[in-house]
Design a protein around this ligand. Sequence first.
Ligand SMILES: [Zn+2]
Ligand SMILES: [Zn+2]
Length: 212
Amino acid sequence: MKHELIYGGTDMKGKIAVMNKPGSLEYQEYEVPSPGPGSVVVKVLCSNVCGSELHIWSGHHPKKSGGLGHETVGLVHQLGEGVTTDNAGQAIKVGDRIAAAYFITCQRCPSCQAGKLNLCENVFSFWAKQPEEAPHFHTTFSTHYYIHPGQFFYKVPDNVPDKLAAGANCALSQVYYAIEQAGVTIQDTLVIQAPVAWASMPPPSPRARASP
Ligand SMILES: [Zn+2]
Ligand SMILES: [Zn+2]
């Protein structure tokens, strides 16, 4: 898959789709920030609509306003100081196509210190911020997205379409995590129940996240 769009520079503006209240959307424009040390700014190629966005949009979610979107794939727009590889150790450069976890694993809180990265207490430090607050691009229904230190990201293989890669950080990884936790193997008999509310689902394990 070829993507010819390669961006650089710090002076361009980007747009964010912002829900000012459930069921009401507006576009806000902000200067695209330069990434700080350990951070990455991507140019969004594709963002999926997750079931949680439908709950947010209809007002049935604790989040009542702000940017939307968290399942995305994009091209590296700028790399912050010290970022030379993705979280699988592959070399990374401007223009590479990547997918990132939408949550933080801070490595400092008691859960992270105990090795339970999926229970990080700062998991939504940025996703929950309003777009007025720098670096603005906290969500992915937008032209750009800011990936912070502690947000794992991975280079996407060329043969994986954007629409599939965009959901790897949520839809795919949560199912993968559940299968891993349950110890389900091929030929096992399963009972399929209705989907669980997003807020009650844990983020995927680091191992699950390493396989977007
Ligand atoms: Zn999702
Ligand atoms: Zn933590």
